[in-house]
Design a protein around this ligand. Structure first.
Ligand code: SF4
Length: 370
């Protein structure tokens, strides 16, 4: 499929140098006529000389595809892993969140639109980093995980892969939070370097994807299954958008996909939307809606159903799926390991082995009773 955008050099030069040959892209082929075919994501843009793809950060210069946003970051922030809708891996762990700009989707209600939609990004917020500088920053701040997040790290692919590979060599973990609109080849490369995937599925409706995200659903679901088969830790999130996806039909389709195609052990996070971008007319998702979704998931047999973007709620906590004992309590940005949680994620009350892993009491606000 061809999605060729003509260059808007004035806008582009606010953020990137039009002729910047920073890094040759991975995952593309060259055509005899000088055009290139990118297969990083399912759009498979065919890009003529001088043009960029749909994501606007990958440009064909002289018949070579360049990842022009390589090494250019917007956000670099220390946060907790829970902010990425990851609750069953390294609870309370400090992450170094990194984002840049551009996206291969264009969701009408995007919660990061000032960065995902490149034309709105303030050039003053863009800074250049090398992989080594990112890794050194993490080590200096005693961070154990690099989190590739915000706009969508899919279009930052080369820098993510290169940095993650080096980070692994010094013992850092890598978390990739994405809408997962990628080709199987791209996912295969990520599986080599990523330790945790936070997979955002927007809805379980193909028409919805086309209309509101400008993408399509089947590759996202196929990629989730590919990650599941790999055995690497992953969790699924669904942004519940008021007036669009706060329906039992959406919740049930999401729950059934996880039950039937993945496993009931997969954590699911129903997260709250706030009005943003082209969706200012809708109210923030009521907490009752995400709790209703979470309760439906629990009642359907999913073992780790959560809500997200809430300050205080039992929907943030981790309970033993067997005896319902409270194992991890969350309040605001604080994470408390309760005495019933054993060091390997087991419930001390009934002996059930949960999927919670990489537990380190020093990441949390209370002592774990070992
Ligand atoms: S990553 Fe960008 S250039 Fe490549 S296919 Fe997707 S939208 Fe097109």
């Amino acid at each position: 499929m061809s999605n060729v955008y003509t260059p808007d050099t004035a806008r582009h030069d606010l953020h990137l140098k039009w002729a910047d040959k920073t890094k040759e892209a991975y995952l593309y082929t060259k055509n005899d006529n000088g055009s290139v075919a990118c297969y990083l994501c399912p759009r498979k843009c065919v890009i003529g000389v001088g043009n960029v793809g749909f994501c606007k950060v990958r440009r064909n210069l002289d018949g070579i595809l360049y990842a022009q946003s390589y090494g250019k970051a917007t956000h670099v922030t220390i946060e907790r892993i829970e902010t990425e809708a990851i609750h069953n891996y390294m609870p309370g762990g400090k992450i170094l969140s990194l984002g840049n700009f551009g996206c291969n989707l264009d969701c009408d209600y995007c919660q990061n639109w000032k960065y995902s939609q490149f034309q709105y990004t303030d050039p003053e917020t863009i800074h250049e980093y090398t992989s080594k500088q990112v890794i050194d920053t993490a080590i200096q701040n005693k961070v154990k995980i690099l989190s590739w997040t915000y706009n969508d790290p899919a279009v930052w692919f080369e820098f993510v892969i290169d940095t993650a590979r080096e980070a692994k060599k010094v013992g850092l973990k890598n978390l990739f939070k994405s809408a997962f609109f990628l080709t199987p080849e791209a996912v295969s490369e990520l599986l080599k370097v990523i330790d945790v995937f936070a997979i955002s599925i927007k809805a379980m409706d193909e028409d919805y994807y086309t209309k509101f995200t400008k993408g399509w659903l089947p590759p996202v679901l196929a990629n989730a299954k590919q990650v599941h088969k790999s055995g690497i830790h992953y969790e699924i999130s669904n942004l519940v958008v008021t007036g669009l996806t706060n329906t039992n039909d959406n919740y049930d389709k999401m729950i059934n996909f996880i039950k039937n195609e993945l496993t009931v052990d997969t954590p699911i996070h129903f997260t709250r939307f706030h009005p943003d971008y082209k969706y200012m007319q809708y109210e923030k998702t009521p907490i009752e809606d995400v709790m209703a979704a979470r309760n439906r998931a629990r009642d359907a047999g999913l073992k780790y159903p959560y809500i997200g973007n809430a300050f205080e709620s039992e929907g943030l906590n981790t309970y033993c799926p067997e005896c319902k004992e409270l194992l991890i309590q969350r309040y605001g940005l604080n994470t408390y390991l309760k005495p019933a949680l054993g060091p390997k994620g087991e419930c001390k009350k009934c002996g059930y082995k949960t999927t919670v892993k990489e537990i380190d009491p020093s990441d949390c606000q209370a002592e774990l009773a070992l």
